[in-house]
Design a protein around this ligand. Structure first.
Ligand SMILES: *Cc1c(COP(=O)(O)O)cnc(C)c1O
Length: 352
């Protein structure tokens, strides 16, 4: 497969020597190169790779006014032999186009996506550090660039991929609020899309929760606030007894790749999974009678993020730390596949 049609503007000097890979805040440092491709005259054209840096847009570009912007989050991993792997990248490609469609944006080109990503990762391969937990976070995104502030879909867009080195992510002890007032999405809306506006909309309620000592919110359904849906950037699982419960995805909930991988691994390991609505009442009851063993979030950034406490209606609950948690089991199994340390019977790992 030739990617020579993607023009590369070389960097003058790599920034890599200035980066402390032992002490990385998530998403702050970016690699040497970025991928860029514009949509105009009805098609994606002239994909290029150039030194990472600012881009210039007209102030009337529609992304600034109407939020036509979607993104993805994925990671590249290196094994002990310096081979580079992605995890289920086809799912990310499909999803960014589903997100784009909902925001009336054009689908991106599959060949440009994979050729661009492969070439970019090869140029920046020194930014992918070996070692369990180290990765290069990949952020593809699309924005409406057409300079015209009429409230309708743009006719010009920019697709980009930027890369940020990441360390094993430990968010500290996570306690959550179950949402009683705010919502992140509604039926018929854009909750299933990785659309920029979904995240802007949750910063305010999350900052209120932070002030009360909760790191995140588990959002509930917008009409009754009685059913638990998902956190701001993670899908949510509950372990009641030995059973795992998670809500079905729908147009309000993002169809997480980590979520579907956890469900598959649970099935592979003989752990019963119920995919059904989960009520706040049921989880509070289970917490009171000791049946609620774990709550954890799933997402590319943290893989699995255990939640040790929650609050709802002024009642606070703390979960006991478990020796053999499902959270640590799934995290280890997923990471072993991602880092080429175990068999990959579902073919999730893709070598670059
Ligand atoms: C990205 C995201 C997730 C997790 O999806 P993964 O594919 O597992 O990374 C879950 N919920 C929301 C709202 C997200 O944006």
């Amino acid at each position: 497969m030739s990617t020579s049609y993607i023009q590369v503007t070389p960097i003058k000097e790599s920034k890599i020597a200035t980066v402390n890979f032992e002490k990385l805040d998530f998403g702050v440092v970016f690699s040497d190169y970025m991928f860029e491709c514009d949509y105009k005259d009805g098609k994606w054209q002239d994909p290029v790779i150039k030194p990472y840096g600012p881009i210039t847009l007209d102030p009337s570009a529609r992304v600034f006014h109407y939020g036509q912007a979607v993104f993805e989050g994925m990671k590249a991993y290196k094994d002990d032999n310096d081979e580079i792997f992605l995890f289920r990248p086809d799912e990310n490609f499909d999803r960014i186009n589903k997100s784009a469609e909902r925001l009336a944006m054009p689908a991106f080109d599959e060949k440009f996506f994979f050729d661009g990503l492969t070439k970019l990762l090869n140029l920046d391969k020194d930014w992918i550090k070996k070692g369990f937990g180290n990765s290069l976070y990949i952020r593809p995104f699309v924005i409406a660039t057409q300079p015209a502030i009429s409230a309708s879909p743009a006719s010009e867009y920019k697709f980009m991929i930027i890369l940020s080195p990441a360390q094993s992510y430990y968010g500290g002890d996570v306690r959550v609020l179950f949402a009683e007032e705010f919502s992140r999405s509604a039926s018929g809306g854009i909750g299933f899309a990785k659309a920029a506006g979904n995240y802007a909309a949750q910063f305010y309620p999350t900052s209120l929760a932070n002030k009360e000592g909760y790191q995140q919110i588990i959002f509930t359904d917008a009409s009754t606030h009685e059913y638990l849906e998902e956190a701001g950037t993670m899908n949510i699982f509950f372990r009641v007894g030995d059973k795992l419960i998670t809500t079905p995805t729908n147009d309000r909930i993002l169809d997480g790749i980590t979520r579907k991988s956890v469900i598959q691994l649970a099935e592979d390991n003989g752990i019963a999974v119920e995919i059904r609505q989960v009520s706040v009442t049921e989880i509070k009851e289970a917490a009171k009678n000791g049946e609620l063993k774990e709550i954890f979030g799933s997402g590319t950034a943290a893989v699995i993020n255990p939640i040790i406490g929650f609050s709802h209606g002024g009642e606070k609950f703390e979960l006991e730390k478990l020796e053999n948690s499902y959270a640590s089991l799934f995290k280890e199994k997923l990471m072993n596949i991602q880092y080429n340390k175990s068999e990959d019977k579902h073919g999730w790992r893709v070598k670059i």
